[in-house]
Design a protein around this ligand. Sequence first.
Ligand code: AMP
Ligand code: GLY
Length: 432
Amino acid sequence: MKSENILLTGSGGREHTLAWKLAQSPLCNQLYIAPGNGGTREHGINLEISATDFNALKDAALSNQISLIIVGPEEPLVKGFVDFFKNDPSTAHIKIIGPAKEAAQLEGSKAFSKSFLNKYNIPTAAYKEFTAENYNEGIDYIRKHDLPIVLKADGLAAGKGVLICHNHLEALAEFELMILQAKFGVSGNKVVIEEFLEGMEMSAFILTNGKEFILLPEAKDYKRIGENDKGLNTGGMGAVSPVPFYNEALQQKVLTTIIQPTIDGLQKEKLDYNGFIFFGLMIRENEPMVIEYNCRLGDPETEVILPRIKNDLVELLLAVFDKNFACVKIDIDERSAATVVAVSGGYPGLFRTGIEIHGIDSIRPEETLIFHSGTLYDNGKLITNGGRVLAATSLGENIREAAEISTYNLEQIYFEDIYFRGDIGYEFRNAY
Ligand code: AMP
Ligand code: GLY
Protein backbone atom coordinates (compact mmCIF):
# COMPACT_ATOMS: atom_id res chain seq x y z
CA MET A 1 0.00 0.00 0.00
CA LYS A 2 1.19 3.50 -0.75
CA SER A 3 2.07 5.62 2.23
CA GLU A 4 0.44 8.94 2.86
CA ASN A 5 1.48 12.46 3.67
CA ILE A 6 -1.08 13.45 6.25
CA LEU A 7 -2.26 16.84 7.48
CA LEU A 8 -4.05 17.05 10.81
CA THR A 9 -5.63 20.35 11.83
CA GLY A 10 -6.23 21.61 15.37
CA SER A 11 -4.20 22.19 18.50
CA GLY A 12 -5.76 20.39 21.47
CA GLY A 13 -5.41 17.15 23.37
CA ARG A 14 -7.66 15.52 20.80
CA GLU A 15 -5.16 16.42 18.10
CA HIS A 16 -2.14 15.25 20.10
CA THR A 17 -3.89 11.90 20.59
CA LEU A 18 -4.72 11.67 16.89
CA ALA A 19 -1.12 12.59 16.00
CA TRP A 20 0.24 9.94 18.39
CA LYS A 21 -1.98 7.28 16.82
CA LEU A 22 -1.52 8.34 13.17
CA ALA A 23 2.27 8.40 13.51
CA GLN A 24 2.30 4.75 14.62
CA SER A 25 0.99 3.64 11.25
CA PRO A 26 3.36 2.24 8.61
CA LEU A 27 1.03 3.95 6.13
CA CYS A 28 1.98 7.35 7.49
CA ASN A 29 4.90 8.74 5.52
CA GLN A 30 5.01 12.25 6.98
CA LEU A 31 2.56 13.84 9.39
CA TYR A 32 1.99 17.60 9.54
CA ILE A 33 -0.08 19.28 12.24
CA ALA A 34 -1.53 22.77 11.83
CA PRO A 35 -1.00 24.45 14.19
CA GLY A 36 -0.44 21.62 16.71
CA ASN A 37 1.03 22.10 20.19
CA GLY A 38 4.10 21.22 22.25
CA GLY A 39 3.12 17.54 22.18
CA THR A 40 2.19 17.04 18.52
CA ARG A 41 5.68 17.95 17.38
CA GLU A 42 6.91 14.65 18.83
CA HIS A 43 4.94 12.90 16.10
CA GLY A 44 5.23 15.17 13.08
CA ILE A 45 5.97 18.65 11.84
CA ASN A 46 3.97 21.52 13.33
CA LEU A 47 2.96 24.17 10.80
CA GLU A 48 2.21 27.65 12.08
CA ILE A 49 -1.17 27.82 10.38
CA SER A 50 -4.53 28.21 12.06
CA ALA A 51 -7.10 25.44 11.49
CA THR A 52 -9.43 28.05 9.93
CA ASP A 53 -6.91 29.61 7.50
CA PHE A 54 -8.13 27.69 4.44
CA ASN A 55 -5.88 29.39 1.90
CA ALA A 56 -2.70 28.78 3.88
CA LEU A 57 -3.76 25.18 4.54
CA LYS A 58 -4.34 24.67 0.84
CA ASP A 59 -0.85 25.96 0.04
CA ALA A 60 0.65 23.72 2.72
CA ALA A 61 -1.30 20.72 1.44
CA LEU A 62 -0.07 21.26 -2.11
CA SER A 63 3.56 21.96 -1.27
CA ASN A 64 3.76 18.90 1.01
CA GLN A 65 1.86 16.53 -1.34
CA ILE A 66 -0.78 15.83 1.27
CA SER A 67 -3.13 12.96 0.36
CA LEU A 68 -5.17 12.71 3.56
CA ILE A 69 -6.48 15.48 5.84
CA ILE A 70 -8.06 14.97 9.24
CA VAL A 71 -9.93 17.99 10.54
CA GLY A 72 -9.86 17.97 14.35
CA PRO A 73 -12.16 20.82 15.50
CA GLU A 74 -15.69 21.78 14.40
CA GLU A 75 -15.22 25.41 13.44
CA PRO A 76 -13.46 24.85 10.09
CA LEU A 77 -15.97 22.13 9.18
CA VAL A 78 -18.95 24.36 9.92
CA LYS A 79 -17.26 27.12 7.88
CA GLY A 80 -16.94 24.84 4.85
CA PHE A 81 -13.40 23.44 4.93
CA VAL A 82 -14.38 20.30 3.00
CA ASP A 83 -16.27 22.24 0.32
CA PHE A 84 -13.34 24.64 -0.08
CA PHE A 85 -10.96 21.74 -0.82
CA LYS A 86 -13.45 19.74 -2.94
CA ASN A 87 -14.42 22.71 -5.11
CA ASP A 88 -10.84 23.57 -5.98
CA PRO A 89 -9.48 21.35 -8.80
CA SER A 90 -5.96 21.50 -7.33
CA THR A 91 -7.09 19.95 -4.01
CA ALA A 92 -10.21 17.99 -5.02
CA HIS A 93 -8.27 14.68 -5.00
CA ILE A 94 -7.35 14.93 -1.30
CA LYS A 95 -9.23 12.60 1.03
CA ILE A 96 -10.70 14.53 3.94
CA ILE A 97 -12.02 13.19 7.22
CA GLY A 98 -14.78 15.65 8.03
CA PRO A 99 -18.29 16.38 6.74
CA ALA A 100 -19.13 18.97 4.08
CA LYS A 101 -20.52 22.31 5.26
CA GLU A 102 -24.19 21.40 5.05
CA ALA A 103 -23.74 18.11 6.92
CA ALA A 104 -21.65 19.90 9.56
CA GLN A 105 -24.81 21.86 10.40
CA LEU A 106 -25.68 18.86 12.54
CA GLU A 107 -23.32 20.53 14.99
CA GLY A 108 -23.23 24.07 13.58
CA SER A 109 -26.94 24.76 13.99
CA LYS A 110 -29.05 23.51 16.88
CA ALA A 111 -32.20 24.32 14.87
CA PHE A 112 -30.92 22.22 11.96
CA SER A 113 -30.05 19.26 14.19
CA LYS A 114 -33.33 19.41 16.12
CA SER A 115 -35.34 19.45 12.91
CA PHE A 116 -33.25 16.54 11.55
CA LEU A 117 -33.81 14.56 14.77
CA ASN A 118 -37.57 15.14 14.61
CA LYS A 119 -37.82 14.38 10.91
CA TYR A 120 -36.15 10.99 11.41
CA ASN A 121 -37.99 10.19 14.65
CA ILE A 122 -34.83 10.10 16.71
CA PRO A 123 -35.58 10.56 20.43
CA THR A 124 -34.60 14.01 21.70
CA ALA A 125 -35.95 16.72 24.05
CA ALA A 126 -39.10 18.55 22.90
CA TYR A 127 -38.24 22.03 21.57
CA LYS A 128 -39.26 25.15 19.73
CA GLU A 129 -37.11 27.72 17.94
CA PHE A 130 -37.39 31.48 18.14
CA THR A 131 -35.93 34.58 16.47
CA ALA A 132 -36.62 38.33 16.72
CA GLU A 133 -39.65 37.67 14.52
CA ASN A 134 -41.52 35.50 17.02
CA TYR A 135 -39.85 36.94 20.11
CA ASN A 136 -43.13 37.59 21.96
CA GLU A 137 -44.27 34.05 21.32
CA GLY A 138 -40.95 32.93 22.86
CA ILE A 139 -41.66 34.92 26.02
CA ASP A 140 -45.01 33.25 26.31
CA TYR A 141 -43.45 29.83 25.66
CA ILE A 142 -40.87 30.36 28.42
CA ARG A 143 -43.49 31.57 30.93
CA LYS A 144 -45.55 28.41 30.45
CA HIS A 145 -42.60 26.02 30.31
CA ASP A 146 -41.71 23.62 33.14
CA LEU A 147 -38.43 24.19 34.99
CA PRO A 148 -35.55 23.83 34.50
CA ILE A 149 -35.64 25.14 30.96
CA VAL A 150 -32.81 24.91 28.43
CA LEU A 151 -31.88 27.80 26.09
CA LYS A 152 -29.47 27.15 23.25
CA ALA A 153 -27.91 29.64 20.88
CA ASP A 154 -28.43 28.19 17.42
CA GLY A 155 -24.85 28.56 16.18
CA LEU A 156 -21.40 27.64 17.49
CA ALA A 157 -20.58 29.49 20.71
CA ALA A 158 -17.36 27.81 21.87
CA GLY A 159 -19.25 25.55 24.27
CA LYS A 160 -20.92 28.49 26.05
CA GLY A 161 -24.19 28.72 24.13
CA VAL A 162 -26.23 26.35 26.31
CA LEU A 163 -27.96 27.80 29.38
CA ILE A 164 -29.88 25.72 31.87
CA CYS A 165 -32.21 28.08 33.72
CA HIS A 166 -33.82 27.20 37.04
CA ASN A 167 -36.35 30.00 37.14
CA HIS A 168 -38.47 31.82 34.60
CA LEU A 169 -37.01 35.28 35.24
CA GLU A 170 -33.50 34.08 34.51
CA ALA A 171 -34.69 32.33 31.34
CA LEU A 172 -36.52 35.45 30.16
CA ALA A 173 -33.48 37.64 30.83
CA GLU A 174 -31.15 35.27 28.98
CA PHE A 175 -33.60 34.99 26.09
CA GLU A 176 -33.66 38.77 25.79
CA LEU A 177 -29.85 38.95 25.96
CA MET A 178 -29.47 36.39 23.21
CA ILE A 179 -32.06 37.71 20.78
CA LEU A 180 -32.19 41.45 21.44
CA GLN A 181 -28.67 42.12 22.76
CA ALA A 182 -26.77 39.55 20.64
CA LYS A 183 -25.06 38.00 23.68
CA PHE A 184 -23.60 35.28 21.45
CA GLY A 185 -23.38 37.45 18.33
CA VAL A 186 -25.12 36.03 15.27
CA SER A 187 -24.93 32.54 16.82
CA GLY A 188 -27.80 33.59 19.09
CA ASN A 189 -30.02 35.25 16.46
CA LYS A 190 -31.99 32.09 16.68
CA VAL A 191 -32.60 30.35 19.99
CA VAL A 192 -33.72 26.79 20.58
CA ILE A 193 -35.72 26.37 23.77
CA GLU A 194 -36.03 22.83 24.98
CA GLU A 195 -37.12 20.65 27.82
CA PHE A 196 -34.50 19.66 30.41
CA LEU A 197 -33.62 15.97 30.30
CA GLU A 198 -32.71 14.14 33.49
CA GLY A 199 -30.54 11.08 33.42
CA MET A 200 -27.01 9.90 32.85
CA GLU A 201 -24.96 11.53 30.13
CA MET A 202 -22.55 9.67 27.89
CA SER A 203 -21.34 9.77 24.31
CA ALA A 204 -21.26 7.33 21.41
CA PHE A 205 -18.95 7.72 18.42
CA ILE A 206 -18.91 6.40 14.89
CA LEU A 207 -16.71 6.73 11.85
CA THR A 208 -18.87 6.90 8.72
CA ASN A 209 -18.85 7.38 4.95
CA GLY A 210 -22.45 8.59 5.12
CA LYS A 211 -23.82 5.13 4.24
CA GLU A 212 -22.07 2.66 6.50
CA PHE A 213 -20.42 3.15 9.83
CA ILE A 214 -17.97 1.64 12.28
CA LEU A 215 -18.85 1.85 15.94
CA LEU A 216 -16.03 3.28 18.05
CA PRO A 217 -15.70 2.89 21.84
CA GLU A 218 -18.14 4.99 23.87
CA ALA A 219 -17.03 7.46 26.55
CA LYS A 220 -18.20 9.67 29.37
CA ASP A 221 -16.63 13.04 30.05
CA TYR A 222 -16.56 15.17 33.22
CA LYS A 223 -17.38 18.77 32.40
CA ARG A 224 -17.47 20.49 35.78
CA ILE A 225 -14.35 22.06 37.25
CA GLY A 226 -14.88 20.65 40.75
CA GLU A 227 -14.91 17.17 42.21
CA ASN A 228 -18.32 15.47 42.43
CA ASP A 229 -19.35 17.46 39.36
CA LYS A 230 -19.59 20.77 41.22
CA GLY A 231 -18.78 24.24 39.93
CA LEU A 232 -18.47 25.82 36.51
CA ASN A 233 -18.58 24.06 33.17
CA THR A 234 -15.29 23.53 31.36
CA GLY A 235 -14.19 22.06 28.05
CA GLY A 236 -13.78 18.74 29.91
CA MET A 237 -11.74 17.75 32.97
CA GLY A 238 -11.45 14.05 32.25
CA ALA A 239 -13.11 11.08 30.58
CA VAL A 240 -13.52 7.33 30.88
CA SER A 241 -14.16 4.50 28.43
CA PRO A 242 -15.96 2.10 28.40
CA VAL A 243 -19.05 3.42 30.17
CA PRO A 244 -20.02 0.63 32.59
CA PHE A 245 -23.79 1.20 32.43
CA TYR A 246 -23.71 1.04 28.62
CA ASN A 247 -24.68 -2.62 28.42
CA GLU A 248 -25.48 -4.75 25.39
CA ALA A 249 -29.22 -3.92 25.46
CA LEU A 250 -28.63 -0.18 25.71
CA GLN A 251 -26.03 -0.29 22.95
CA GLN A 252 -28.55 -2.10 20.74
CA LYS A 253 -31.15 0.59 21.43
CA VAL A 254 -28.69 3.34 20.57
CA LEU A 255 -27.86 1.56 17.33
CA THR A 256 -31.45 1.00 16.22
CA THR A 257 -33.15 4.16 17.48
CA ILE A 258 -30.32 6.70 17.06
CA ILE A 259 -27.29 5.72 14.98
CA GLN A 260 -28.97 3.86 12.10
CA PRO A 261 -31.76 6.46 11.71
CA THR A 262 -29.08 9.18 11.65
CA ILE A 263 -27.27 7.42 8.82
CA ASP A 264 -30.57 6.89 6.98
CA GLY A 265 -31.29 10.60 7.42
CA LEU A 266 -27.87 11.58 6.02
CA GLN A 267 -28.64 9.51 2.93
CA LYS A 268 -32.19 10.78 2.49
CA GLU A 269 -31.00 14.37 2.83
CA LYS A 270 -28.07 13.63 0.49
CA LEU A 271 -25.62 15.01 3.02
CA ASP A 272 -21.97 14.48 2.14
CA TYR A 273 -20.36 12.95 5.22
CA ASN A 274 -16.98 11.28 5.63
CA GLY A 275 -15.84 11.43 9.19
CA PHE A 276 -16.73 11.10 12.82
CA ILE A 277 -20.12 11.60 14.43
CA PHE A 278 -20.19 12.19 18.17
CA PHE A 279 -23.63 11.51 19.66
CA GLY A 280 -24.14 13.33 22.98
CA LEU A 281 -26.68 11.12 24.75
CA MET A 282 -28.86 11.25 27.83
CA ILE A 283 -29.92 7.88 29.23
CA ARG A 284 -33.12 7.95 31.25
CA GLU A 285 -34.51 4.68 32.59
CA ASN A 286 -32.54 2.80 29.97
CA GLU A 287 -33.95 4.94 27.16
CA PRO A 288 -31.36 6.88 25.15
CA MET A 289 -32.07 10.34 23.76
CA VAL A 290 -29.87 12.68 21.72
CA ILE A 291 -28.76 15.89 23.42
CA GLU A 292 -26.57 16.97 20.55
CA TYR A 293 -24.59 15.92 17.53
CA ASN A 294 -20.98 16.88 17.04
CA CYS A 295 -19.32 16.48 13.66
CA ARG A 296 -15.89 15.54 15.06
CA LEU A 297 -14.32 13.63 17.92
CA GLY A 298 -14.55 14.98 21.47
CA ASP A 299 -11.88 16.40 23.70
CA PRO A 300 -11.00 14.79 26.16
CA GLU A 301 -13.03 11.77 24.91
CA THR A 302 -10.48 11.12 22.15
CA GLU A 303 -7.81 10.67 24.82
CA VAL A 304 -9.64 7.54 26.07
CA ILE A 305 -11.13 6.29 22.79
CA LEU A 306 -8.02 6.10 20.62
CA PRO A 307 -5.81 4.32 23.17
CA ARG A 308 -8.47 1.54 23.21
CA ILE A 309 -8.49 1.10 19.42
CA LYS A 310 -5.94 -1.48 18.32
CA ASN A 311 -6.41 -0.97 14.57
CA ASP A 312 -4.02 1.03 12.44
CA LEU A 313 -5.77 4.44 12.42
CA VAL A 314 -4.58 5.45 8.95
CA GLU A 315 -5.91 2.18 7.54
CA LEU A 316 -9.22 2.78 9.32
CA LEU A 317 -9.52 6.33 7.99
CA LEU A 318 -8.58 5.36 4.43
CA ALA A 319 -11.22 2.62 4.55
CA VAL A 320 -13.88 5.37 4.73
CA PHE A 321 -13.12 6.06 1.05
CA ASP A 322 -13.11 2.37 0.10
CA LYS A 323 -16.12 0.43 -1.15
CA ASN A 324 -15.43 -2.31 1.39
CA PHE A 325 -15.73 0.04 4.36
CA ALA A 326 -18.56 -2.00 5.87
CA CYS A 327 -16.28 -5.07 6.12
CA VAL A 328 -13.71 -3.35 8.34
CA LYS A 329 -13.45 -4.96 11.77
CA ILE A 330 -12.66 -2.78 14.69
CA ASP A 331 -10.45 -4.28 17.36
CA ILE A 332 -11.02 -2.74 20.78
CA ASP A 333 -8.89 -3.19 23.88
CA GLU A 334 -11.09 -4.74 26.58
CA ARG A 335 -9.34 -2.74 29.28
CA SER A 336 -10.68 0.51 30.72
CA ALA A 337 -9.16 3.89 29.97
CA ALA A 338 -9.29 7.03 32.10
CA THR A 339 -7.85 10.42 31.30
CA VAL A 340 -7.37 13.22 33.82
CA VAL A 341 -6.89 16.77 32.53
CA ALA A 342 -4.52 19.19 34.26
CA VAL A 343 -5.57 22.82 33.90
CA SER A 344 -4.12 26.25 34.68
CA GLY A 345 -5.16 27.67 38.07
CA GLY A 346 -8.23 29.91 37.63
CA TYR A 347 -9.60 28.05 34.60
CA PRO A 348 -12.38 28.21 33.33
CA GLY A 349 -12.10 31.85 34.46
CA LEU A 350 -8.97 33.94 34.11
CA PHE A 351 -5.64 32.10 34.16
CA ARG A 352 -2.00 32.79 33.37
CA THR A 353 0.02 31.17 30.59
CA GLY A 354 3.74 30.91 29.94
CA ILE A 355 4.45 28.87 33.09
CA GLU A 356 7.17 26.24 32.83
CA ILE A 357 6.02 22.60 33.03
CA HIS A 358 8.22 20.11 34.87
CA GLY A 359 8.28 16.36 35.27
CA ILE A 360 6.76 15.06 32.03
CA ASP A 361 9.91 13.12 31.14
CA SER A 362 9.65 11.11 34.35
CA ILE A 363 6.34 9.53 33.26
CA ARG A 364 6.71 6.09 31.71
CA PRO A 365 4.64 5.87 28.53
CA GLU A 366 3.97 2.13 29.13
CA GLU A 367 2.06 3.27 32.21
CA THR A 368 0.56 6.65 31.34
CA LEU A 369 0.38 8.61 28.11
CA ILE A 370 0.63 12.38 28.39
CA PHE A 371 -1.35 14.24 25.74
CA HIS A 372 -0.71 17.97 25.49
CA SER A 373 -3.50 20.52 24.98
CA GLY A 374 -2.31 24.02 25.84
CA THR A 375 1.47 23.71 25.71
CA LEU A 376 4.21 25.33 23.73
CA TYR A 377 8.00 25.15 23.48
CA ASP A 378 9.66 28.47 24.12
CA ASN A 379 13.46 28.55 23.81
CA GLY A 380 13.56 24.82 24.51
CA LYS A 381 11.33 25.11 27.58
CA LEU A 382 7.88 23.54 27.71
CA ILE A 383 5.39 26.15 28.95
CA THR A 384 1.64 26.39 29.51
CA ASN A 385 -0.35 27.96 26.71
CA GLY A 386 -4.02 27.51 27.58
CA GLY A 387 -6.64 26.64 30.18
CA ARG A 388 -6.46 22.92 29.65
CA VAL A 389 -2.76 22.12 29.63
CA LEU A 390 -2.36 18.36 29.33
CA ALA A 391 -4.13 15.07 29.92
CA ALA A 392 -2.84 11.85 31.49
CA THR A 393 -4.37 8.66 30.06
CA SER A 394 -3.91 5.17 31.51
CA LEU A 395 -5.38 1.75 30.84
CA GLY A 396 -6.35 -0.55 33.68
CA GLU A 397 -8.36 -3.64 34.51
CA ASN A 398 -11.22 -1.35 35.54
CA ILE A 399 -11.97 2.34 35.69
CA ARG A 400 -10.76 2.70 39.26
CA GLU A 401 -7.34 1.29 38.36
CA ALA A 402 -7.03 3.36 35.17
CA ALA A 403 -8.05 6.57 36.97
CA GLU A 404 -5.73 5.92 39.90
CA ILE A 405 -2.71 5.36 37.64
CA SER A 406 -3.49 8.55 35.70
CA THR A 407 -3.92 10.57 38.89
CA TYR A 408 -0.75 9.17 40.45
CA ASN A 409 1.32 10.04 37.39
CA LEU A 410 -0.22 13.48 37.04
CA GLU A 411 0.99 14.14 40.59
CA GLN A 412 4.55 13.75 39.26
CA ILE A 413 4.03 16.69 36.89
CA TYR A 414 4.27 20.23 38.15
CA PHE A 415 3.58 23.75 36.98
CA GLU A 416 2.60 26.67 39.19
CA ASP A 417 -1.10 26.58 40.13
CA ILE A 418 -1.69 23.22 38.41
CA TYR A 419 -5.17 21.85 39.14
CA PHE A 420 -6.88 18.59 38.26
CA ARG A 421 -9.79 16.54 39.54
CA GLY A 422 -8.84 13.54 41.61
CA ASP A 423 -12.21 11.84 41.15
CA ILE A 424 -12.55 11.15 37.43
CA GLY A 425 -14.76 8.06 37.00
CA TYR A 426 -15.91 8.38 40.63
CA GLU A 427 -19.35 6.86 40.11
CA PHE A 428 -17.82 3.72 38.61
CA ARG A 429 -14.95 3.26 41.01
CA ASN A 430 -16.65 0.99 43.52
CA ALA A 431 -19.27 -0.75 41.45
CA TYR A 432 -17.05 -1.99 38.62
P1 AMP B 1 -24.63 20.96 24.08
O1 AMP B 1 -23.76 22.11 23.67
O2 AMP B 1 -25.93 20.86 23.34
O3 AMP B 1 -23.87 19.71 24.18
O4 AMP B 1 -24.99 21.18 25.61
C1 AMP B 1 -23.96 21.27 26.58
C2 AMP B 1 -24.35 20.50 27.80
O5 AMP B 1 -25.55 21.01 28.35
C3 AMP B 1 -24.66 19.04 27.53
O6 AMP B 1 -23.52 18.24 27.49
C4 AMP B 1 -25.56 18.72 28.71
O7 AMP B 1 -24.79 18.49 29.87
C5 AMP B 1 -26.32 19.98 28.89
N1 AMP B 1 -27.61 19.92 28.19
C6 AMP B 1 -27.87 20.35 26.94
N2 AMP B 1 -29.16 20.14 26.62
C7 AMP B 1 -29.73 19.58 27.68
C8 AMP B 1 -31.06 19.15 27.98
N3 AMP B 1 -32.06 19.26 27.10
N4 AMP B 1 -31.29 18.61 29.19
C9 AMP B 1 -30.30 18.49 30.09
N5 AMP B 1 -29.05 18.90 29.88
C10 AMP B 1 -28.75 19.44 28.70
N1 GLY C 1 -15.92 17.02 25.56
C1 GLY C 1 -16.96 17.58 24.81
C2 GLY C 1 -16.62 18.04 23.45
O1 GLY C 1 -15.58 17.75 22.90
O2 GLY C 1 -17.46 18.70 22.84
